[in-house]
Design a protein around this ligand. Structure first.
Ligand code: PLP
Length: 407
């Protein structure tokens, strides 16, 4: 049976197939970059229009109370919580992932006096490493990096915090959250997980693994739109001792008491800093509601099936690209990455054919399989395009190797 006929059978039996209609996707595009910017839910423009025209336009300042604006950060956080195995009062939607990393790294350092080392891995997402560097420059932290296989051995009593990205942005390799969290705790360290490539794609059990802190992204699998607010998680057992350094008025216990002195809100709200971005939260809430409706368990199952089928289609066409992602779908997130010295030009040639993936420096072609809106037919077709681009040398066309700013 041809890959196309098998795809048609899989699509006919796919319980998630109807959800594709809930997203706006341009005609003729196979979108394999939902891990970088999730697609637009069809309900988002209408929800935004209501917030802009009615809540802002008509309600004006009154909407902070009457339209629930003040509670939005906590409300959206509470909806994200079950997607990452947290309780509703342990997650808040705010700021960017980068800023949330800063707040939580600093908070962790304050909870481990006498220890200054933040342990991470080389090749972690750049902003994660850069945010440690910022605290290092202030004399508050010392950065230490250990390769994946050496992380447990590197956990000594200098380590205040182990900070890792659960699903690696470039390779898709997934860390064992339970084992690493346990090892860090045994060494007296706290743990911060970056869930940017996990949330809405793979099951995450923050409380089940006894995690301390986490951050994650709103614009990837959660489909919150470009620059959507991120989220932050702090385990309830740390709420009373938590001290984060960006002590803005929205994190105050009583912002509208207008006191001269800061007093942190008792719960997760103390992670807020400035005024919540209501328009961004409104878009994020639509994405979160939709992903929650589909359900992470079903999304994960389909994502594994999609990527396994994609590899089968490539093999059937005799495409011999070196896959840098774990070949066991249980050991990776919702993506496949391939090494090729001309990965950038291949990616551009694919985009010209309507197959949108991305490139990660220096030589990785990254294809994301957002299961909420991709079909098995998309997999068969994308594999055909990739095989034709590689076999024909079409990627050598002038212009395909000219790098844009955003890759
Ligand atoms: C996408 C991503 C981020 C993004 O951080 P921003 O502050 O939203 O730019 C951070 N960490 C990881 C691991 C990511 O994949």
């Amino acid at each position: 049976m041809s890959p196309e006929s098998r795809a048609a059978e899989f699509d006919a039996a796919d319980p998630l197939a109807p959800f594709r209609e809930r997203f706006t996707l341009p005609e003729g595009v196979i979108y394999l970059d939902g891990n970088s910017l999730g697609a637009l839910p069809k309900a988002t423009p209408e929800a935004m229009r209501r917030v802009i025209e009615q809540e802002w336009g008509e309600g004006l300042i009154r909407s902070w109370n009457s339209a629930g604006w003040f509670a939005a950060a906590g409300r959206v956080g509470a909806k994200i919580a079950p997607l990452v195995g947290a309780a509703s009062h342990e997650v808040i939607a705010c700021d960017s992932t980068s800023v949330n990393l800063f707040k939580l790294i600093a908070a962790a350092l304050a909870m481990r006096p006498g220890r200054k080392v933040i342990l991470s891995e080389p090749g972690n997402f750049p902003t994660d490493l850069y945010m440690i560097a910022g605290l290092e420059a202030q004399g508050l932290a010392t950065r230490r990096l250990a390769e994946r296989g050496a992380i447990v051995d590197a956990l000594d009593d200098d380590i205040a915090l182990l900070m890792l990205t659960h699903v690696h942005y470039k390779t898709g390799a997934m860390h064992d959250m339970a084992a690493l969290t346990r090892a860090a705790h045994e060494a007296g360290a706290l743990v911060l997980w970056d869930l940017s490539h996990s949330t809405g794609a793979v099951p995450v059990y923050l409380n089940g693994t006894n995690a301390d802190f986490a951050v994650g992204c709103g614009y990837k699998y959660l489909c919150g739109g470009p620059g959507a607010p991120a989220f932050a998680f702090v385990a309830e057992r740390h709420h009373a001792k938590l001290k984060q350094p960006l002590t803005g008025w929205f994190g105050h216990a009583a912002p509208f008491a207008f006191s001269d002195d800061y007093a942190a809100a008792p719960g997760i709200e103390q992670l807020l800093c400035g005024t919540s971005p209501i328009l961004g939260l409104a878009a994020l809430e639509v994405g979160v509601d939709l992903i929650a409706e589909i359900g992470v368990g079903r999304l994960h199952k389909k994502s594994q099936a999609l990527s396994e089928f994609f590899l089968e289609c490539l093999a059937a066409r005799g495409v011999a690209l070196e896959c840098v992602s774990p070949l066991d779908s249980a050991a990776r997130g919702s993506q496949l990455s391939f090494h090729h010295p001309e990965a950038y030009a291949i990616c551009q040639a694919l985009i010209a054919r309507g197959v949108i993936g991305d490139f990660r420096d220096p030589d990785v072609l990254r294809l994301g399989f957002a299961p909420a809106y991709l079909s098995f037919a998309n997999m068969a077709e994308a594999a055909r395009h990739l095989s034709e681009v590689v076999a024909s040398g079409e990627w050598q066309r002038p212009g395909y190797n000219r790098r844009a700013i955003v890759t």
